[in-house]
Design a protein around this ligand. Structure first.
Ligand code: 13P
Length: 255
């Protein structure tokens, strides 16, 4: 089954990372939904830890305003991979799966090839991938931003058909901006987004348009300029997504 995708609607995604128990996740999502408009101006996605997906999904009870995603998956559907979670195991729990987050690339050593295989596994399971790409501070200082963003985007999408590429969302998250309070300027976000759109068009044809999100120290205060920067169609939010009031304000700013 293919999940619904609305590429012309902004997406504001909250990556909760390794935070929260099932019980505290329920409290956070309850506070979030109480602060969302009846018709939020963006698709709202939260990515709780695996262990809280079921509790959050049960709490939401099909509330159409909030969708769920996982932060990672393994590339194989099953097998002897102790401690791992596969895409088919997530299929009944969420709609999206994030792959290639920089914390996994840089802290856990995931290569472009591993990310590509994970993205393929997400599609194979009928789920929607979000591919994260972005340069480190050293790469930026070395003038390598465009090269890294292009390489990671190409590697992640390699071998996909145009209709598969159309199911992807790509998050530009400069590593130096994650959790640091430093953000890219809207112009930086636009430059990276336009590069990603060009690569997607080269690989899948100009009829395929994917959403590009910006991530890295997005807050309620800076969301308005970043979430709708030219070429950008939403945000991938870390720390601020753990505060319901602030995350709801970021969603509101996407309109
Ligand atoms: P921060 O918003 O905390 O900088 O994190 C961004 C991020 O990594 C989202 O995936």
């Amino acid at each position: 089954m293919t999940r619904e995708l609305h590429p012309d609607r902004p997406l504001v995604a909250g990556n909760w990372k390794m935070n929260g128990t099932p019980a505290s996740a329920r409290v956070l999502v309850a506070e979030l939904v109480s602060r969302l408009a009846d018709r939020p101006p963006a698709e709202v996605l939260i990515l709780p830890p695996f262990t809280a997906l079921e509790a959050v999904g049960a709490f939401l009870g099909g509330d159409p305003r909030v969708r769920l995603g996982a932060q990672n998956c393994h590339w194989e559907p099953k097998g002897a991979f102790t401690g791992e979670i596969s895409a088919p195991m997530l299929e009944s729990l969420c709609d999206y799966v994030l792959v290639g987050h920089s914390e996994r690339r840089h802290l856990l050593g995931e290569s472009d090839e591993v990310v590509r295989r994970k993205l393929g596994a997400v599609l194979e399971a009928g789920l929607l991938p979000i591919l994260a790409v972005g340069e480190t501070g050293a790469e930026r200082e070395g003038g390598l931003t465009a090269e890294v963003v292009e390489r990671q985007t190409r590697a992640g999408l390699e071998g996909l058909s145009p209709s598969q590429v159309a199911l992807c969302t790509i998050a530009y998250e400069p590593v130096w901006a994650i959790g640091t309070g430093a953000t890219a300027t809207p112009e930086d976000a636009t430059t990276a987004a336009e590069l990603i759109h060009r690569v997607v068009a080269e690989m899948a044809g100009s009829a395929v348009v994917v959403r590009v999100l910006y991530g890295g120290s997005v807050t309620a205060a800076n969301a308005a300029s970043l979430v709708r920067a030219r070429g950008v169609m939403g945000a991938l939010v870390g720390g601020a997504s753990l505060k319901a009031e602030e995350f709801a304000a970021i969603v509101a700013a996407a309109g």
